[in-house]
Design a protein around this ligand. Structure first.
Ligand SMILES: N[C@@H](CCC(=O)N[C@@H](CS)C(=O)NCC(=O)O)C(=O)O
Length: 212
């Protein structure tokens, strides 16, 4: 049995963006049984002694599986996919490509998409001008990654072709914060891919679970 620690969203706009969205999507896609334990950061539940013993970083998600504890959402997703063989390619080179896409999502997309979506709503009035400058910079940096992705997606249904893999879950969750942004609207291949992700029943179920 998998036990997954997630969190309540401190603000409504973070619904769908809390990072247990990736493993929850995986479980909802595959039907593997899991228990989600929700912590309330507003009550400091991620800083309790009990949780700190599991995750000294005091963040979510954390996965616990038969005494094995793992943090970092992308590592958790990789473990779930590679250890179960679900939503995971079988051939070594394809597995390496899968990991390449996971790194792309986590390093070239997520830091910037999160900043674009969340920095201004979370910034005090006094720092607003600086936050706006940082968002502009994030938009510029992510544009290059999205230009690359737009070309890579030509003729494909999903990231690696016709099959939906765990890396698609990760990319979907990393793009979701900017789903209504011009950056997505003006790139038809990315817009179509994101629409395909969001329309999946498992993604819709995740959206109802995430942040609760
Ligand atoms: N790189 C980590 C980031 C985890 C993270 O930032 N989690 C946020 C929720 S999305 C959190 O737990 N925040 C609570 C806090 O900062 O105290 C991952 O991908 O798992």
């Amino acid at each position: 049995m998998f036990h997954l620690y997630g969190a309540k969203a401190p603000w409504p706009f973070l619904q769908g963006l809390i990072r247990d969205n990736r493993p929850v999507s995986f479980f909802e896609e595959t039907g593997l049984p899991y228990e989600r334990i929700s912590l309330d950061p507003m009550k400091g539940e991620n800083r309790s002694d009990e949780y700190t013993k599991l995750n000294r970083f005091q963040k979510v998600p954390t996965l616990e599986h038969d005494g094995f504890v793992l943090t970092q959402s992308a590592a958790i997703l990789h473990y779930l996919a590679s250890s179960t063989g679900k939503l995971y390619p079988t051939e070594a080179k394809e597995q390496a490509k899968h990991l390449e896409w996971m790194f792309f999502a986590m390093t070239d997309v997520e830091p910037h998409s999160v900043q674009i979506a969340a920095l201004i709503p979370m910034t005090d009035e006094a720092d607003l001008e600086h936050a706006k400058w940082m968002v502009k910079r994030a938009e510029k940096i992510i544009s290059r990654a999205l230009n690359y992705l737009e070309v890579e997606l030509a003729g494909k249904q999903f990231l690696m072709g016709d099959t939906f893999y765990a890396a698609d879950i990760l990319l979907g969750c990393c793009l979701y914060p900017i789903r209504a942004h011009q950056l997505v609207a003006e790139r038809p291949n990315i817009r179509t891919l994101l629409g395909r992700y969001v329309d999946r029943p498992a993604f819709q179920r995740m959206l109802k679970i995430n942040g609760t």
